[in-house]
Design a protein around this ligand. Structure first.
Ligand SMILES: [Zn+2]
Length: 264
């Protein structure tokens, strides 16, 4: 019997569905507990340089039903788990603010984060047809494990060259690794990873990249909260989105800006 059971303590945990939806072999659902003192001390020590890895470790600590293998998850899962832990610890009420699309008045809005549904990933891979090059690209959303693997490989390569990793090159390398297939005029073209890198760097136009980024955003499962609200000044109905980012974790329950839905 654990000390918690002997003392009759129950900490208010919550079962949540994870955005990655078990598609990469991770769990579909986990149990999240609120932060305790040791987590709070850990959080106080997180800085912007170690932030990402630290928050991954924090997520591992607050999931109580089974060990969490970060490699099989998406960044969105980590954000969601830590966001829920934060809500369980402090409050699920968030103060947000938006500017009225009609008159520009700043309106305050209170939202309850537990009222929203989790957006779940529907598929492992997606297809986009790029406008200028006419290429049809099939791509995957990269798991944390895949992203880390690419970063490690790049670090090793750059170490041999006595240089530090170029961040934009890392992004392109991750993008190249996400490609699972390329078709031209309906015909599959066989390309190696280095060639995918070359395709992105030298054959795709800005318009191609924008289209691809838009399509990826469509599939994005980062937690977002859509709501409607009537402007206190002019009575216009505004449709807004509160998008959760890692900033939410640090700035927390203070005011988080919402944007008009059509901006996404
Ligand atoms: Zn207004």
């Amino acid at each position: 019997m654990s000390v918690a059971e002997r003392l009759g303590l129950k900490i208010g945990s919550r079962n949540i569905k994870l955005p990655s939806n078990g598609i990469f072999g991770g769990p579909q659902e986990v149990t999240v507990r609120p932060f305790v003192t040791i987590d709070e001390k850990f959080i106080a020590g997180i800085d912007e340089y170690t932030g990402e890895k630290s928050i991954q470790n924090l997520a591992k600590n607050v999931v109580t039903n089974a060990p969490l293998n970060i490699d099989d998850l998406l960044d969105a899962d980590i954000l969601f788990i830590t966001m829920i832990a934060k809500c369980l610890t402090y409050s699920d009420i968030v103060q947000t603010q938006y500017l009225c699309g009609q008159c520009g008045t700043a309106n305050d809005k209170t939202v309850n984060l537990f009222d929203f549904e989790t957006k779940l990933l529907q598929d492992r891979s997606f297809t986009t047809i790029l406008p200028k090059s006419g290429l049809e690209i099939t791509y995957e959303i990269l798991t944390i494990g895949k992203k880390n693997k690419i970063e490690t490989e790049m670090n090793q390569k750059y170490q041999l060259m006595n240089k530090t990793v170029d961040l934009s090159e890392l992004e392109v390398r991750q993008l190249a690794s996400a490609i699972t297939g390329i078709k031209k005029d309906g015909e599959e073209v066989e390309v190696t990873l280095d060639e995918k890198f070359e395709v992105i760097n030298t054959l795709l136009t800005k318009a191609d990249m924008e289209k691809w980024a838009d399509d990826m955003m469509e599939q994005d499962v980062n937690p977002v909260f859509d709501y409607e609200d009537i402007c206190s000044n002019c009575g216009t109905l505004n449709k807004n989105r509160l998008a959760m980012t890692i900033d939410f974790f640090f700035t927390g329950i203070s005011k988080v800006q919402s944007l008009p839905l059509e901006d996404f």
